[in-house]
Design a protein around this ligand. Structure first.
Ligand SMILES: [Zn+2]
Length: 110
């Protein structure tokens, strides 16, 4: 992988982390005013609990992805980025571009 490609992947990761953090901040129930009664009244208690569960599950996925992306940045800094964790062969640039937090190469993932 060239220095240029690595710089490009690093900026993809940083942009992705920023997007996740913006989305997490938006979904944070503490950052939102209490919904007016009229909005709650249209949802049953169960429905509202289910949608809360879905939001929490989505947030967990985003937090996990953010962790993986931060780890990827750490690997870029250490110079170990783009190496398969199983077979130690280089992960293709195309794969990293599509999935910058990938830790294994295509054949090990498959
Ligand atoms: Zn591999």
């Amino acid at each position: 992988m060239t220095e240029e490609q690595l710089t490009h992947l690093r900026s993809i990761i940083i942009i992705r982390i920023g997007a996740i953090e913006a989305s997490l901040a938006e979904d944070d129930p503490e950052s939102k005013p209490v919904a007016p009664d009229i909005a709650i009244g249209r949802l049953s208690r169960l429905e509202s609990m289910q949608s809360q569960q879905m939001i929490l599950a989505q947030q967990r996925r985003q937090q996990e992805e953010r962790e993986r992306l931060k780890n990827a940045l750490g690997r870029i800094d250490k110079g170990s980025y783009g190496t398969c964790g199983y077979c130690l062969s280089p992960i293709s640039y195309e794969r990293l571009e599509a999935m910058p937090d990938a830790v294994v190469c295509m054949s090990c993932a498959g």
